[in-house]
Ligand binder design. Structure first.
Ligand code: C5P
Length: 235
Protein backbone atom coordinates (compact mmCIF):
# COMPACT_ATOMS: atom_id res chain seq x y z
CA UNK A 1 0.00 0.00 0.00
CA UNK A 2 1.27 3.51 -0.80
CA UNK A 3 1.83 5.87 2.13
CA UNK A 4 -1.47 7.79 2.69
CA UNK A 5 -0.14 10.28 5.29
CA UNK A 6 -0.16 13.96 4.34
CA UNK A 7 1.48 16.01 7.09
CA UNK A 8 -0.04 19.46 7.58
CA UNK A 9 2.95 21.81 7.87
CA UNK A 10 1.08 24.24 10.12
CA UNK A 11 4.25 26.01 11.20
CA UNK A 12 5.06 29.72 11.00
CA UNK A 13 8.23 29.72 8.91
CA UNK A 14 10.15 28.03 6.11
CA UNK A 15 13.07 26.94 8.26
CA UNK A 16 10.86 24.83 10.49
CA UNK A 17 8.80 23.53 7.54
CA UNK A 18 11.84 22.41 5.53
CA UNK A 19 13.49 20.80 8.55
CA UNK A 20 10.33 18.87 9.45
CA UNK A 21 9.71 17.78 5.86
CA UNK A 22 13.29 16.54 5.42
CA UNK A 23 13.11 14.44 8.59
CA UNK A 24 9.61 13.12 7.88
CA UNK A 25 10.10 12.37 4.18
CA UNK A 26 10.71 8.60 4.62
CA UNK A 27 7.55 8.24 6.72
CA UNK A 28 4.96 10.27 4.79
CA UNK A 29 3.28 10.47 1.38
CA UNK A 30 3.16 14.29 1.06
CA UNK A 31 3.10 17.58 2.96
CA UNK A 32 0.27 20.11 3.04
CA UNK A 33 1.03 23.82 2.76
CA UNK A 34 -1.88 25.96 3.90
CA UNK A 35 -2.63 29.68 3.94
CA UNK A 36 -0.52 30.46 7.01
CA UNK A 37 2.78 29.11 5.70
CA UNK A 38 2.15 30.21 2.10
CA UNK A 39 1.22 33.75 3.13
CA UNK A 40 4.31 34.00 5.31
CA UNK A 41 6.83 32.45 2.95
CA UNK A 42 5.30 32.54 -0.56
CA UNK A 43 6.10 30.25 -3.50
CA UNK A 44 9.71 29.88 -2.30
CA UNK A 45 8.59 27.39 0.34
CA UNK A 46 6.93 25.23 -2.33
CA UNK A 47 10.08 25.34 -4.48
CA UNK A 48 12.29 24.45 -1.50
CA UNK A 49 10.19 21.41 -0.63
CA UNK A 50 9.97 20.27 -4.26
CA UNK A 51 13.76 20.60 -4.60
CA UNK A 52 14.00 18.21 -1.65
CA UNK A 53 11.73 15.80 -3.56
CA UNK A 54 8.77 16.10 -1.17
CA UNK A 55 5.29 15.82 -2.80
CA UNK A 56 3.28 18.98 -2.03
CA UNK A 57 -0.44 19.49 -1.45
CA UNK A 58 -1.04 23.24 -1.85
CA UNK A 59 -4.22 23.90 0.12
CA UNK A 60 -5.18 27.47 -0.79
CA UNK A 61 -8.87 26.70 -1.49
CA UNK A 62 -9.29 28.92 -4.58
CA UNK A 63 -12.76 30.51 -4.81
CA UNK A 64 -13.12 33.09 -7.57
CA UNK A 65 -14.38 33.54 -11.13
CA UNK A 66 -13.31 30.84 -13.62
CA UNK A 67 -10.64 32.97 -15.33
CA UNK A 68 -8.95 33.94 -12.06
CA UNK A 69 -9.05 30.42 -10.63
CA UNK A 70 -7.65 29.01 -13.90
CA UNK A 71 -4.70 31.38 -13.74
CA UNK A 72 -4.04 30.58 -10.07
CA UNK A 73 -4.17 26.87 -10.87
CA UNK A 74 -1.72 27.35 -13.76
CA UNK A 75 0.66 29.20 -11.43
CA UNK A 76 0.40 26.37 -8.89
CA UNK A 77 1.11 23.77 -11.57
CA UNK A 78 4.22 25.72 -12.59
CA UNK A 79 5.37 25.25 -8.96
CA UNK A 80 5.02 21.49 -9.57
CA UNK A 81 2.52 20.80 -6.76
CA UNK A 82 0.93 17.35 -6.70
CA UNK A 83 -2.45 18.32 -5.17
CA UNK A 84 -4.39 21.56 -4.83
CA UNK A 85 -7.84 22.72 -3.75
CA UNK A 86 -10.72 24.76 -5.17
CA UNK A 87 -14.08 25.51 -3.52
CA UNK A 88 -16.84 23.48 -5.18
CA UNK A 89 -19.29 26.28 -4.33
CA UNK A 90 -17.48 28.33 -6.99
CA UNK A 91 -19.64 26.38 -9.45
CA UNK A 92 -19.43 23.83 -12.24
CA UNK A 93 -17.98 26.23 -14.81
CA UNK A 94 -15.21 27.33 -12.45
CA UNK A 95 -14.28 23.73 -11.57
CA UNK A 96 -14.23 22.68 -15.23
CA UNK A 97 -12.05 25.68 -16.08
CA UNK A 98 -9.70 24.80 -13.21
CA UNK A 99 -9.40 21.20 -14.40
CA UNK A 100 -8.69 22.27 -17.99
CA UNK A 101 -6.10 24.78 -16.77
CA UNK A 102 -4.40 22.15 -14.61
CA UNK A 103 -4.17 19.67 -17.48
CA UNK A 104 -2.99 22.30 -19.97
CA UNK A 105 -0.31 23.75 -17.66
CA UNK A 106 0.92 20.28 -16.67
CA UNK A 107 1.30 19.29 -20.30
CA UNK A 108 3.21 22.52 -21.06
CA UNK A 109 5.52 21.91 -18.09
CA UNK A 110 5.89 18.18 -18.85
CA UNK A 111 4.57 17.45 -15.35
CA UNK A 112 1.94 14.91 -14.39
CA UNK A 113 -1.36 16.78 -13.87
CA UNK A 114 -1.93 17.52 -10.17
CA UNK A 115 -4.89 16.04 -8.33
CA UNK A 116 -7.47 18.82 -8.26
CA UNK A 117 -9.51 18.49 -5.07
CA UNK A 118 -12.84 20.12 -4.25
CA UNK A 119 -13.72 21.59 -0.85
CA UNK A 120 -17.43 21.20 -0.10
CA UNK A 121 -18.89 22.67 3.12
CA UNK A 122 -16.30 23.91 5.60
CA UNK A 123 -16.41 21.71 8.69
CA UNK A 124 -16.65 24.86 10.81
CA UNK A 125 -20.20 25.40 9.44
CA UNK A 126 -23.29 23.64 10.79
CA UNK A 127 -26.88 23.74 9.49
CA UNK A 128 -27.47 27.13 11.17
CA UNK A 129 -24.30 28.61 9.67
CA UNK A 130 -25.34 27.37 6.22
CA UNK A 131 -28.81 28.93 6.64
CA UNK A 132 -27.17 32.25 7.59
CA UNK A 133 -25.46 32.34 4.19
CA UNK A 134 -28.71 31.48 2.41
CA UNK A 135 -28.32 27.74 1.96
CA UNK A 136 -31.50 26.06 3.16
CA UNK A 137 -30.19 22.50 3.08
CA UNK A 138 -28.64 20.36 5.76
CA UNK A 139 -24.85 20.11 5.77
CA UNK A 140 -25.12 16.47 4.65
CA UNK A 141 -27.37 17.29 1.69
CA UNK A 142 -25.20 20.23 0.66
CA UNK A 143 -22.00 18.16 0.89
CA UNK A 144 -23.60 15.51 -1.30
CA UNK A 145 -24.83 18.06 -3.84
CA UNK A 146 -21.40 19.70 -4.10
CA UNK A 147 -19.63 16.34 -4.25
CA UNK A 148 -21.80 15.33 -7.24
CA UNK A 149 -20.91 18.62 -8.93
CA UNK A 150 -17.20 17.98 -8.35
CA UNK A 151 -17.51 14.53 -9.95
CA UNK A 152 -19.43 16.07 -12.88
CA UNK A 153 -16.73 18.72 -13.34
CA UNK A 154 -14.06 16.03 -13.60
CA UNK A 155 -12.18 16.92 -10.42
CA UNK A 156 -9.84 14.24 -9.10
CA UNK A 157 -11.24 14.16 -5.60
CA UNK A 158 -12.55 15.96 -2.54
CA UNK A 159 -11.47 17.07 0.89
CA UNK A 160 -14.01 16.08 3.52
CA UNK A 161 -14.36 15.18 7.16
CA UNK A 162 -14.08 11.45 7.89
CA UNK A 163 -17.65 11.72 9.22
CA UNK A 164 -18.78 12.60 5.68
CA UNK A 165 -17.12 9.58 4.03
CA UNK A 166 -20.35 7.51 4.11
CA UNK A 167 -22.15 10.32 2.23
CA UNK A 168 -19.42 10.98 -0.32
CA UNK A 169 -17.82 7.61 -1.08
CA UNK A 170 -20.99 5.96 -2.52
CA UNK A 171 -21.53 8.73 -5.09
CA UNK A 172 -17.88 8.99 -6.16
CA UNK A 173 -16.14 6.91 -8.81
CA UNK A 174 -13.68 4.40 -7.32
CA UNK A 175 -10.62 6.35 -8.51
CA UNK A 176 -11.89 9.56 -6.81
CA UNK A 177 -9.29 10.61 -4.20
CA UNK A 178 -10.83 11.49 -0.84
CA UNK A 179 -8.63 13.45 1.53
CA UNK A 180 -9.67 13.63 5.18
CA UNK A 181 -8.43 15.83 8.04
CA UNK A 182 -9.78 15.36 11.58
CA UNK A 183 -7.61 12.29 12.15
CA UNK A 184 -6.37 11.28 15.57
CA UNK A 185 -4.40 8.13 16.47
CA UNK A 186 -6.04 6.09 19.28
CA UNK A 187 -5.70 7.95 22.59
CA UNK A 188 -4.42 11.21 21.04
CA UNK A 189 -6.03 14.47 22.26
CA UNK A 190 -8.66 15.84 19.81
CA UNK A 191 -7.30 19.42 20.18
CA UNK A 192 -9.93 21.63 18.50
CA UNK A 193 -11.25 18.89 16.19
CA UNK A 194 -14.87 18.12 17.14
CA UNK A 195 -15.39 14.66 15.69
CA UNK A 196 -12.33 12.63 14.83
CA UNK A 197 -11.57 9.19 13.42
CA UNK A 198 -8.44 7.09 13.81
CA UNK A 199 -6.24 6.58 10.75
CA UNK A 200 -7.41 2.97 10.37
CA UNK A 201 -11.10 3.93 10.72
CA UNK A 202 -10.80 6.65 8.06
CA UNK A 203 -9.06 4.33 5.58
CA UNK A 204 -11.65 1.61 6.24
CA UNK A 205 -14.44 4.14 5.54
CA UNK A 206 -12.94 5.00 2.14
CA UNK A 207 -10.38 7.76 2.67
CA UNK A 208 -7.54 7.78 0.14
CA UNK A 209 -5.34 10.24 2.06
CA UNK A 210 -5.15 11.32 5.71
CA UNK A 211 -4.21 14.91 6.59
CA UNK A 212 -2.50 14.82 9.97
CA UNK A 213 -1.06 17.88 11.69
CA UNK A 214 -0.51 18.16 15.42
CA UNK A 215 -0.37 14.42 16.25
CA UNK A 216 2.84 14.33 14.15
CA UNK A 217 4.17 17.90 14.06
CA UNK A 218 3.77 18.53 17.81
CA UNK A 219 4.93 15.07 18.91
CA UNK A 220 8.21 14.88 20.85
CA UNK A 221 9.52 12.65 18.02
CA UNK A 222 7.57 13.42 14.80
CA UNK A 223 9.21 10.57 12.84
CA UNK A 224 8.29 8.02 15.50
CA UNK A 225 4.72 9.35 15.58
CA UNK A 226 4.39 8.99 11.78
CA UNK A 227 5.94 5.51 11.85
CA UNK A 228 3.48 4.31 14.53
CA UNK A 229 0.55 5.60 12.44
CA UNK A 230 1.92 3.81 9.36
CA UNK A 231 2.24 0.59 11.33
CA UNK A 232 -1.37 0.93 12.50
CA UNK A 233 -2.34 0.90 8.81
CA UNK A 234 -0.28 -2.18 8.04
CA UNK A 235 2.10 -0.19 5.78
O1 C5P B 1 -3.49 19.36 13.63
P1 C5P B 1 -4.61 18.70 12.86
O2 C5P B 1 -4.36 17.24 12.54
O3 C5P B 1 -5.96 18.94 13.48
O4 C5P B 1 -4.56 19.48 11.46
C1 C5P B 1 -5.52 19.26 10.47
C2 C5P B 1 -5.20 20.07 9.25
O5 C5P B 1 -6.27 19.91 8.34
C3 C5P B 1 -5.06 21.56 9.48
O6 C5P B 1 -4.13 22.04 8.50
C4 C5P B 1 -6.44 22.10 9.19
O7 C5P B 1 -6.43 23.43 8.75
C5 C5P B 1 -6.88 21.17 8.07
N1 C5P B 1 -8.33 21.02 7.91
C6 C5P B 1 -9.17 20.60 8.93
N2 C5P B 1 -10.50 20.49 8.72
C7 C5P B 1 -11.01 20.77 7.52
C8 C5P B 1 -10.20 21.17 6.47
C9 C5P B 1 -8.84 21.30 6.71
O8 C5P B 1 -8.69 20.32 10.02
N3 C5P B 1 -12.28 20.63 7.32
Amino acid sequence: MRNPIIVALDVPNAERAVDLAKRLKPFIGAVKIGSELFTAEGPAIVRALREDGVPVFLDLKYHDIPNTVSRAVEAAVRLDVQMLTVHTSGGLEMMRAAKQAADRAASEQHHSPPILLGVTVLTSLNDTGLAQVGVNASVADQVQRLARLAVQAGLGGLVCSPIELPIVRPIAPPEFQIVTPGIRPPGAPPDDQMRTRTPAEAIAAGATWLVIGRPIVSAPDPCAAARIILESLGC
